[in-house]
Design a protein around this ligand. Structure first.
Ligand SMILES: [Zn+2]
Length: 394
């Protein structure tokens, strides 16, 4: 159905100002778009005001889960660790030190400085700062000579990261509500039927038309994928009660119920859009939203917020983060080990190796994989085997 006029500013939609609006913002991995709902200006305004705030609040998860977008990569982010350090995670899951780590050990009259940083440039900056502020005797040393002794090192970090997670506020709330309206429109229903939702988008000071939903006894998703992060928007129109209600879930974690209208005049319908934000593929998710409008209104006052269910949701998404991180680390370790074995033996892909060369090759791969194996599987090995793992193939 053509909206004819932009639902946000009421300007007539023409071929010049019509726009394609993502039902779920592409910044968090949404793909499907609707055309004929909002004008280009409102698309860009609501994108920068509302969707950008929602994306910012979900950015840590977008990065750690390795989602993909149609345009642009998820930005690298720096996380604090529990012991006060910092780690920068890149879009491909690789990690580097967030800020240089400086160790000063003094014995007698000698001070030993150890600087660890992501790049040589950062080591130089840290060294210059130490020279200017604390150790003028460093002036006598040649920086380039000192830096040429620096070594590349990679290791597995055992210091847990703190993942910030805060969700809420009017701006990201409006992005959620806009997603629900876009889906109503995608179902072929006049989006102006969403009167309560539109009031919330357009009028300041209006009561939010949604609330958090966490219930240990009742999951509104019938076929919840346990090991796949997903986004889902669901809407339902009910002619008997004249209601338009909805349910939104992002990253299996943020779950809200919405009431878009209590004066709906259309016929019964349900419509759902769910997406795997990593592959961008649509998912077949079944939602059963059998809550009355008064139930949903309870959610507005946090009355449907069961803390135990919320923590369950957190542990689900964190286990997904761990699983994805493990898979990426395994791929990297295997690829690095192969490259090292090729480099050391001088073998090329497709070469036929003698038995002896083959043993060398396999030995190098095994040795290179030791840090990964020890970090991830040490607990699984009998104790007697562990020293061999550490000492084998130096
Ligand atoms: Zn507009």
């Amino acid at each position: 159905m053509e909206a004819k006029r932009c639902i946000l500013c009421e300007r007539a939609l023409t071929s010049d100002n019509n726009s394609a609006e993502h039902i779920i913002p592409n910044a968090i991995g949404g793909r499907k778009k609707v055309v004929g709902l909002i004008c280009r200006d409102c698309n860009s305004d609501s994108g920068s005001k509302w969707d950008a705030e929602l994306a910012r609040q979900l950015e840590s998860l977008s990065l750690l889960l390795g989602i993909t977008r149609q345009r642009g990569k998820v930005r690298a982010q720096t996380f604090q660790t529990h012991s006060g350090g910092s780690i920068c995670v890149n879009a491909d899951g690789t990690m580097v030190l967030g800020k240089p780590e400086i160790q000063e050990t003094t014995t007698g009259t000698t001070t030993r400085l150890r600087i660890r940083a992501a790049t040589k440039k950062q080591v130089r900056q840290a060294l210059e700062e130490l020279r200017n502020r604390k150790y003028p005797q460093l002036h006598g040393l040649n920086m380039d000579d000192l830096l040429s002794t620096a070594q590349d090192q990679s290791y597995y970090c055992s210091d847990p990261m703190k993942i910030p997670s805060a969700f809420g506020g009017t701006r990201s709330g409006r992005s959620l509500v806009k997603s629900a309206i876009a889906l109503v429109y995608d179902a072929g229903i006049d989006p102006r039927q969403c009167d309560l939702a539109l009031d919330y988008l357009l009028k300041d000071g209006k009561e939010a038309c949604f609330g958090y939903y966490y219930d240990s006894d009742k999951d509104l998703i019938i076929n919840r994928p346990s090991r796949l992060p997903f986004h889902c928007v669901y809407v339902r129109g009910c002619s008997e009660y004249s209601t338009l209600v909805g349910y939104i879930e992002f990253y299996s974690l943020w779950r809200v119920v919405l009431c878009l209208s209590e004066s709906y005049t259309g016929s019964d319908f349900t419509h759902v859009y769910a997406v795997d934000p990593i592959k961008g593929e649509e998912l077949d998710i079944e939602v059963k939203l059998d809550l009355s409008v008064s139930d949903i209104r309870e959610a507005y006052d946090y009355k449907l917020y069961d803390e135990a269910a919320f923590f369950d949701a957190i542990s689900i998404v964190l286990s997904m983060v761990r699983e994805i991180d493990f898979a990426r680390a395994k791929d990297r370790a295997t690829q690095d080990a192969l490259e090292t074995a090729f480099a050391i033996t001088g073998a090329k892909e497709g070469d036929i190796l003698t038995d002896e060369q083959l043993w060398d090759f396999a030995g190098i791969i095994a040795a290179e994989l030791v840090p990964f194996i020890v970090t991830n599987y040490a607990d699984h090995f009998p104790e007697a085997l562990q020293p061999r793992l550490f000492n084998g193939h130096q």
